[in-house]
Design a protein around this ligand. Structure first.
Ligand code: HPA
Length: 249
């Protein structure tokens, strides 16, 4: 089955034929919400709302270790994570979708590995390519098939939040090579890698990042909410098309 993590604007997955929900305790604590099991595009999926059912967990409060561990218990073939981002590039507009290929991590103080604490051996994972190449390719192919416009590569910068960035911070992220900025992509991607689960993301551009485009005068959170609400329909279509095109579960 495929696991889907829904971010801001996607606390529920419309169109998912739900069979049941199950609380998700793990050795790392409770996941953000009960897991929702169902079918999409005729295939089994498990869905998890990253910020909780009531969107009550800020990016730095999310228990990423519990979330990824809970999904691992479902033995998914992969995780598709949906996450809102701000765009640093003029040509990536609010409402656009991006399948990122690289990550810059500026987060701090988050529990970001399963390999720490008493008795745990030092463990390094290869993270050269943080997103699973095959899963990214399947998402891009499904986008073409579903006639959903996506950018097929980009560098995602993960910031700590929960505040948005300053204009100077966005300039710095651009100099570092970032295309989009969000708050939840890390340590999520690294934890999935530690557990050996193929992981890819769909970034939904909610706004121009601070100081860019119409965000030059500040970012309207109400506009972000509206943009995300509208952008979730193509996101759903994209994932559904990918599942319906799969030749296995
Ligand atoms: N910055 C960080 N995270 C975000 C933004 C942003 O501008 N928009 C949506 N998530």
């Amino acid at each position: 089955m495929l696991a889907i993590i829904g971010g801001s604007g996607l606390a529920e997955f419309a169109g998912l034929a739900i069979s049941h929900r199950r609380p998700a305790p793990t050795p790392y604590g409770e996941a953000s919400a009960p897991l929702t099991f169902g079918h999409l595009g005729g295939r089994p999926v498990v869905f998890l709302a990253r910020h909780g059912d009531a969107h009550s967990l800020a990016p730095h409060e999310v228990n990423y270790r519990a979330n990824i561990w809970a999904l691992r218990d479902c033995e998914p073939l992969g995780i598709v994570a949906v996450a809102a981002v701000g765009s640093i590039r003029a040509d990536l507009r609010p409402g656009d979708l991006l399948i990122p290929h690289q990550i810059l991590d500026y987060t701090w103080g988050r529990a970001s590995t399963y390999h720490e604490g008493p008795g745990s051996a030092v463990h390094h994972v290869d993270f050269t390519e943080p997103y699973d190449r095959r899963l990214r390719r399947r998402l891009c192919a499904a986008a073409a098939k579903a006639v959903v416009a996506v950018s097929d590569a980009g560098v995602y910068a993960a910031t700590q939040g929960p505040r948005l960035e300053t204009a100077a911070e966005i300039n710095r992220l651009e100099r570092d090579g970032a295309d989009v900025v969000g708050m939840t992509g890390m340590p999520e991607a690294a934890l999935a890698r530690e557990l050996g689960i193929p992981y890819a993301a769909i970034n939904v551009v909610a706004n121009y990042a601070a100081g860019r485009g119409e965000a030059g005068q500040g970012i309207s959170l109400e506009t972000i909410r509206q943009v995300l609400e509208e952008a979730m329909e193509p996101v759903r279509r994209l994932i559904e098309t990918m599942l319906a095109s799969d030749d296995h579960d």
